[in-house]
Design a protein around this ligand. Structure first.
Ligand code: ZN
Ligand code: FE
Length: 254
């Protein structure tokens, strides 16, 4: 069993600490800042061995150097971002494997939000760390990629097992859901999910992780095939990638 600790930091970021009790190895996924990670490690009695970065944005790599200096951990990050991720030791590309004890993550390249973005899929643990590519009921903004690239990236995640737990890097779920309701107002599962989300947020509780299954049913960026969605946004008969691009464009100005 992989133990996963979720640390809310900054405005709406999540850092994840993954601990393998058998080997004693611990990884930090997208450490935006160092201090909360060091405090959690101290409290748990864990030693940081690895940092896994999904992309180069400051709110995902800001803690790299301090953590590396204080723990001697290894920094794993997308190879193509080697010149813009601080402290990188090992650059990874699509198809690479990363291990934490006996747990293995497959590296999946998901360009779109940034050109070098990767996600880490621990298939044996049904767990995905997807940074800013996929969010609960949303997806990342297109800063360095085209809608077509992002759509292809999301197709790879859509194909993962339905039970896969989605650990994204931001608590954006409620606002994403408000948008989702505008493009699919009659989606019953979406309405029901929003009731749960609103309750959680009213109590300041995290809405992450979700699952691929939940995202397939409610995430508008996974639902280009929904006739109700297509009808609402006037995109009947268009290609899936065109529907995706239109939904992304609408969300940008929501
Ligand atoms: Zn980002
Ligand atoms: Fe981010």
């Amino acid at each position: 069993m992989l133990t996963i600790l979720q640390l809310p930091v900054l405005n709406d970021n999540y850092i994840y600490l993954l601990h393998d009790p058998v080997s004693g190895e611990t990884a930090a996924v997208d450490p935006a800042v160092a201090q909360p990670v060091l405090a959690a490690l101290d409290q748990k009695g864990w030693r940081l061995t690895l940092i896994l970065n999904t992309h180069h944005h400051g709110d995902h790599v800001g803690g790299n150097l301090e953590l590396k200096q204080k723990t001697g951990c290894t920094v794993i990050a997308p190879l193509s971002d080697r010149n813009r991720i601080p402290g990188i030791d090992r650059g990874v590309v699509d198809g690479d494997e990363v291990t934490l004890g006996k747990h293995t993550a497959n590296v999946i390249s998901t360009p779109g939000h940034t050109s070098g973005h990767v996600v880490y899929h621990f298939a044996g643990d049904d767990t995905l760390f997807c940074g800013d590519t996929l969010f609960a009921m949303g997806c990342g903004r297109l800063f360095e990629g085209s809608a077509e690239q992002m759509w292809h990236s999301l197709q790879k995640l859509k194909a993962l097992p339905a039970a896969t737990r989605i650990y994204c890097a931001h608590e954006y779920t409620q606002a994403n859901g408000w948008f989702a309701l505008t493009v699919e107002p009659d989606n019953r599962q979406l309405q029901q999910r929003m009731e749960v989300i609103n309750q959680l947020r009213a109590n300041r509780l995290p809405t992450v992780p979700s699952t691929i299954e939940q995202e397939l049913a409610t995430n508008p960026f996974f639902r280009e095939d929904s006739l109700a969605l297509r009808e609402t946004i006037n995109m009947m008969g268009k290609k899936p990638v065109e529907v995706f691009a239109e939904v992304r464009r609408m969300k940008d100005s929501f």
